[in-house]
Design a protein around this ligand. Sequence first.
Ligand code: CP
Length: 304
Amino acid sequence: MRSLIDITDFSVEEVTRVLDLADEMIADPARWRTAMQGKILATLFFEPSTRTRLSFESAMLSLGGSVLGFAGADSSSTTKGETLTDTIRVVSGYCDIIAMRHPKEGAPMAAKLCSDVPIINAGDGGHNHPTQTLTDLMTIRREKGRLDHLTIGLCGDLKFGRTVHSLIGAMSRYPGVTFVLISPPELRTPDYVLQSLQDQGIPYRETESLEEAMPELDILYMTRVQKERFFNEADYVRLKDTYILDPEKLRTAKADLRILHPLPRVNEISTRVDADPRAVYFKQTRNGRFVRMALIKTLLEDMQ
Ligand code: CP
């Protein structure tokens, strides 16, 4: 039985198979309408979500399966003091697969160790978000036709942005990828992520200037400053609008740049950018449904 806790739990070849299947599903959704009939997905979200939870539920329903779960810890017996491991032991008797989001880093790994069914990490604290990364990889591959030989700018909250950490881990495995890490000093990429890049000899540089980086980028991955991870409101207020992408800042960008964002957006991309054909963040959300369909089928059938 396989789970997905970290994107590198899947080999590059396994990721490619999931992306290929997602492309087949998006091309002909009707073909998969009964693929997971009789199967149940539990979505256990101990933290808020719009895209991840609803796209997982939409994915399972689109495959003919069923869904159950909760959208906040306050509507579960966690409020009565039940431990995560007891919750997982119980819920794994009610379903065939679990997608869970939790504010504590490492919680999905703890869940995997006591679960009778596959666990999918739908975001753990400021650590990882592997299914967002599958969504990002699908979007980049569909937009650029490849995942190698790309210069990727990641901009904003690179410290707490779990989607950033997972995307760097995933893209590091493709040849010719260069990272430009754009953040204020307080929100720099964690040392463990930089160390991993150094150990693998993958080129990267850090800068505070989005304008300076813009002309060289093939992909610009904007992120929100993660308010919920700050200990101090004043620091959040000071840093939240460090980067605001607008049409003026895009004047020096490549014509075939693609702008991604895991969403939700706050202020970091002006709505005036939305009509730019290089802005693909809403396409990205739709890809998330199909790549999660492919992931559910892969974990429940192809990897059993
Ligand atoms: N991208 C993402 O994880 O969005 P949600 O928090 O809405 O699930």
